[in-house]
Design a binder for this molecule. Structure first.
Ligand code: GRF
Length: 199
């Protein structure tokens, strides 16, 4: 399988995918990093791994539609079968979601459907939940709302703030995302409406 990763920032989840491919855990090649942010540290990670980088800089476009048209073109040109959103911080328009339906997954730092959207870890601390975690899900038109592929949980400890919780969750993200990508690449995900079965 050919996978492309979309990331906006640090790229530690992207790195986990790179490492999973390098070790043979994920049977795929990474054909590209696509980023909306020319300053993303993920770009350095791609360069180090010899992965082609496409920057579709949101700020260089007149509006959201022009940006999305360019992003769609970049995604099509990558030739990827699977698009992994790893800290990609924008909501994708319906055109892109439909073009790659069932072939796009996202990692979110909470146990969905709780705490979707931004600052999920802060939301969890403020709500006072005792467990949180991460979710890998397929992307649909909503925000963090597509069918769930897998989840991993962590305790929320007394004295946690959003940063300590985020760090604990991130450790699980780095396990969950390569696992989900591997399952996709092995054709082991069966999508049945909202439910994803693993065979
Ligand atoms: C992760 O917590 C991810 O779940 C969220 O943004 C963060 C990205 O981190 N969507 P990184 O760029 O992968 O290090």
């Amino acid at each position: 399988k050919r996978i492309a990763v979309l990331a906006s920032g640090r790229g530690s989840n992207f790195q986990a995918v790179i490492d999973g491919i390098a070790s043979g855990y994920i049977p795929a090649v990474c054909v590209g990093l696509i980023t909306d942010n020319p300053g993303a540290y993920a770009i350095e990670r791609a360069k180090r791994a010899g992965i082609p980088v496409t920057v579709v800089d949101f700020r260089s476009f007149a509006g959201k539609q022009a940006y999305e048209d360019a992003l769609l073109a970049a995604m099509q040109e990558s030739g990827a079968n699977l698009f992994v959103l790893a800290g990609y911080m924008r909501i994708l328009g319906a055109g892109i979601v439909h073009a790659f339906s069932g072939r796009m997954m996202n990692i979110h730092p909470a146990l969905l459907p709780a705490f979707s959207g931004l600052h999920a870890q802060r939301q969890a601390v403020e709500y006072g939940v005792k467990v949180s975690g991460c979710t890998v899900h397929l992307v649909d038109e909503g925000m963090d709302s597509g069918p769930i592929v897998l989840q991993r949980c962590v305790p929320v400890l007394e004295g946690d703030d959003e940063h300590t919780l985020a760090e604990r969750i991130l450790g699980e993200e780095h396990r969950a995302l390569p696992e989900a990508v591997r399952l996709f690449c092995e054709d082991r995900l069966l999508v049945d409406g909202r439910r994803v079965r693993i065979r």
